[in-house]
Design a protein around this ligand. Structure first.
Ligand code: SF4
Length: 915
């Protein structure tokens, strides 16, 4: 059925604005007319927050096509641009921006018509959801209700259509097996496919990995392999072959851990090859993430029943629609479109997950359908569990059966183990952490909505049955009154602290302001926790007493609950047991956290512990304070990594394309924790098969002055123009990124080169990367997360531009590690690693070609061995760089005479020979 819509559509970019009217005409308009149009009539838009930003408005409402898409095709992928939406709908993409406005009207008509088609596979639940959306005043609701037929029988509501998970008896311990290398190689050939060329490096890599699965020789002495596999080796399949064979032969689980979500998604796709049947794969491979990533059905139910108002209520309805079709309920990086929460400015999406540990486990009516519980249970039976470094470390630290099978682990992106361990094993006494702890114990503040309840309400049955438990709960509640409460941040700034912890935070804040030197005006401030003065020291004793008076009853309560479980009373049925088990786990977590905080506060004013780095900080964004606290990190976080993760394991493979960077195996041993093991790790390296001399070139631009924003912005613009888009721009500071973007986005857009930016465009990073990948003329600016979270093979990424030498920020933490790690050599190692990671974005496959440009004359030659052996490196002016990037330089890559004629200007290289 063709749909004739009476509404205009507005398309806005940095390059211009266009309105397509109901009479079929499209016109370019000025900003004033576009704003008037959007305010006047319901107007069809694509991504309202982004259009608002292009119009210079803080907010804009209209008929957002992305919301309609999320309703019609929940849990389906679409790149949120006119061309991306066209591809998702099977339509011809608009030829240019001028045609995009008309396309938006067409796409809206197609989506509405789809709901009348017989083959609409997401029909189930749509009519009921549309009714809910109508009540929430969703602008599309009247139109949608015209097209969705009322079902003959009432529809199954989300909570009844989701399947229940099954409990299983648990797997026996894995059998002891030794892998036959010939079989592993045969598996590898099957995984890579018969048409693929057997790659010798990949075969050797798979064999080396397979040897790690032999039985370990002694407790606490795992088989550890550090394996560096240059980009293009195919390391993913190289370790999947032995891992899947070991899991099948031994009846055990191999955990594969990544640092970035991008690699997690890629791994998930690659396991298709091992188990092409999705139903088998669903059992064999499970993705595990932290609880805070998943939709909590109880929170969703609260939201749908009046807990959310306004736009958040619309989001809740669209999320409910998605949940019915979602593969696993993962809201962050799963099949919920990353752009959906951004359309609602993230209002409510966080409250739909279990972020604050308020799960009531078996006390929850949706427990048997809970996405989180399902993923925990499926992981126990799976051959492969795909997780991330932080979760692996947390589960290993807890030692609960959630981490069962964590004794065979492959850490991909192993060069990030140090950073992951650094944040996972960190301790922080901050106002935000402690207010959460207070809420966990006491329940919500008086004004708060929702179902959150304190310990007393959650454990009321235990309290009425066990006197000791009841007393412990009351004591904990009394002690928690001394933790920071609502409004703490304002009070400590005004000298009105209410309790010992607030007084400690007030003294901390005063010390930071007295001593810190602002590096970036308006951003975080910090100072070493050394030579502390009287006011702060005086505040520590009462704070310690508060923390101890809380730890005591929480520990007692944990013991009482254990006793109740052992001597189970009649009322302790399966549900109550699971709830008490949940409470024991939650208490254990909080007790460990309190022990860490007590150790941290007890040390203030005393001699420094050489194993730790302590500092005080005020966290701010653009001048606004949002937290105050005392922080502690391990000087070497691989110490706890080795103790909690590596030593208890049997087999560990740590792998990466840049495991050693240019630093050698000793450095890799130190960064991965292998150095703390009694038995040495094995080392294996295989170089990239790529011909970097022909595929890539590094250009160091020598005529852009440091700190000169106009010339930095001009440099970016010229290079992006020269490459005709396809550029990834990397920055070390957000304010410079914003300044450069503001100067060049319009200029580039007028040339048909869209420029997107993290921290500027109201979109999540994953979506920005999707847009960048989808449009070969688009460019993307970003900070650290993009340096190695981007996997864009092919023509879409052909130029990487770094704003300067990526030196580490001079923080207290960095200063201490620098002093302990060899001074300048420590900094050099960090820069080399960052350069190698940034360069690694450029060449992802054998046919890729590209340039890596550093806009800094001060790039030291000693750091150039960060790049792969053979990559040509030239120091050039911006004009020369633009000419080379544009392909006008006969010495550039792709020209036959490139290598020879380049030698005269190539900077001498200091490459290390591969071992
Ligand atoms: S079991 Fe917990 S996380 Fe799952 S739906 Fe219920 S309250 Fe939410």
């Amino acid at each position: 059925m063709a749909v004739d819509l009476p509404y205009p559509a507005l398309h806005a970019t940095h390059g211009g604005m266009w309105i397509a009217r109901a009479n079929g005409t499209t016109a370019a308009v000025g900003r004033g007319e576009a704003i008037a149009q959007a305010a006047d009539t319901p107007t069809i838009l694509l991504n309202a927050p982004l259009v608002a930003a292009r119009l210079g408005l803080s907010e804009l409402s209209g008929l957002d096509l992305l919301e309609l898409f999320a309703f019609v095709h929940p849990a389906r992928f679409a790149v949120p641009t006119p061309a991306g939406l066209a591809r998702a709908l099977g339509l011809e993409p608009p030829a240019d921006d001028g045609a995009a406005a008309g396309f938006l009207r067409r796409a809206a008509a197609v989506l509405l018509a789809r709901m009348g088609a017989d083959d609409w596979i997401e029909r189930d639940g749509a009519w009921t959801a549309a009714q809910g959306l109508h009540r929430a005043r969703w602008p599309w609701a009247p139109l949608v209700l015209e097209h969705v037929a009322q079902p003959q029988r009432s529809e199954r509501w989300l909570f009844s259509r989701l399947p229940e998970w099954e409990d299983a008896s648990g797997r026996p311990p894995p059998r002891t097996v030794i892998l036959d290398e010939a079989e592993v190689v045969a598996d590898l050939a099957r995984l890579t496919g018969t048409s693929a060329e057997p790659r010798e490096g990949q075969v050797r890599y798979a064999q080396a990995t397979a040897q790690t699965f032999v039985p370990r020789i002694a407790e606490g002495q795992p088989n550890v392999l550090l394996a560096e596999a240059g980009t293009g080796i195919g390391k993913t399949l190289g370790y999947l072959a032995p891992a899947t064979r070991w899991a099948a032969a031994a009846g055990g689980t191999v955990w594969i851990s990544t640092y970035t979500k991008a690699l997690q998604r890629q791994l998930d796709r690659e396991t298709d090859r091992a188990w092409p049947d999705p139903s088998v794969r669903g059992r064999k491979v499970v993705i595990r993430k932290g609880r805070e990533n998943y939709l909590c059905l109880l929170n969703l139910e609260d939201a749908l029943q009046g807990g959310f108002a306004g736009r958040a209520a619309i989001l809740a309805q669209l999320v409910a629609r998605w949940a019915a079709y979602s593969r696993d309920g993962d809201m962050v990086g799963g099949d919920l479109p990353g752009w959906l929460p951004s359309l609602f400015r993230r209002a409510g999406s966080i409250a739909l997950t279990d972020r604050r540990g308020e799960c009531v486990y078996a006390g929850c009516p949706h427990y048997r359908k809970c996405f989180i519980e399902r993923s925990v249970r499926s992981a126990r039976e799976a051959d492969l569990v795909i997780a991330n470094h932080a979760l692996v470390m947390i589960l290993a630290q807890r030692g609960s059966d959630e981490g069962c099978g964590l004794d065979r682990i492959v850490f991909d992106e192993g060069h990030h183990l140090f950073d992951a361990a650094d944040s996972t094993f960190a301790i922080g006494l901050t106002g935000q952490e402690l207010i959460e702890l207070r809420r966990w114990i006491l329940g919500p503040e008086k004004k708060a909505r929702g179902r959150r309840r304190g310990l007393a309400a959650r454990l009321s049955d235990v309290a009425s049955y066990d006197e000791g438990g009841d007393e412990a709960i009351l004591d904990a509640a009394r002690a928690a009154e001394n933790l920071p409460g609502e409004g703490w941040l304002g009070r400590i700034g005004e000298g009105l602290a209410l309790n010992p912890i607030e007084r400690l935070l007030a003294a901390t804040r005063a010390t930071v302001y007295a001593r810190a030197t602002a590096q970036d005006a308006g951003f975080g401030l910090e100072t070493e926790a050394a030579e502390l003065d009287g006011a702060l020291i005086a505040a520590t004793a009462p704070a310690l007493e508060t923390l101890e008076s809380l730890l005591r009853p929480l520990t007692r309560l944990g013991q009482r609950l254990e006793a109740v479980m052992e001597d189970a009373p009649d009322w302790l049925d399966g549900q109550a047991r699971a709830r008490v088990e949940g409470a024991i786990a939650g208490l254990g977590l909080r007790c460990r956290m309190l022990q860490g905080l007590i150790a941290l506060v007890a040390r203030l004013g005393g001699p420094a512990d050489p194993d730790f780095i302590d500092w005080l900080a005020v966290d701010r964004v653009e001048g606004r304070e949002f937290d105050v606290g005392i922080h502690r990190r391990w000087l070497d976080p691989t110490v706890p990594l080795a103790e909690t993760v590596l030593k208890p394991a049997h087999s560990v493979v740590v792998t990466s394309a840049t495991l050693r960077a240019a630093e050698g195996w000793d450095a890799a041993d130190a960064r991965t924790g292998a150095v703390h093991l009694e038995r040495s790790a094995r080392h294996f390296a295989v170089p990239s098969p790529f011909d970097y001399t022909q595929q890539a070139e590094v250009l160091i631009v020598t005529d852009i002055r440091k700190g000169d924003i106009p010339s930095l912005a001009g440099g970016y613009a010229r290079l992006i123009e020269a490459a005709n888009g396809g550029a990834l721009g990397l920055f070390s500071a957000i304010h410079r990124l914003k300044a450069v973007h503001a100067r060049i986005a319009d200029r580039l857009a007028h040339e048909g080169l869209p420029l997107y930016a993290q921290h500027v465009d109201p979109l999540d990073t994953g979506t920005l990367i999707d847009i960048f990948r989808d449009d070969p003329h688009a460019s993307l600016l970003g900070t650290d997360a993009l340096r190695d979270g981007v996997d864009v093979p092919g023509h879409s990424l052909r130029l990487v531009i770094m704003e300067g030498v990526p030196w580490p920020r001079p923080t207290v933490l960095h200063g201490a590690r620098r002093a302990a790690g060899g001074g300048a050599a420590h900094d050099d190692a960090i820069v080399r690693a960052r350069l190698a990671q940034g360069f690694g974005r450029l060449i992802r496959r054998a046919s890729d070609r590209g340039h890596f440009v550093i806009l800094s004359a001060a790039m030291p030659s000693r750091l150039l061995n960060a790049f792969p052996v053979g990559v040509p490196i030239r120091r050039v002016s911006l004009a020369e760089a633009a000419s080379i990037v544009a392909g006008r330089d006969e010495n550039g890559i792709g020209h036959d005479n490139a290598t020879d004629s380049r030698l005269s200007s190539v900077t001498p290289l200091l490459h290390q020979k591969p071992d």
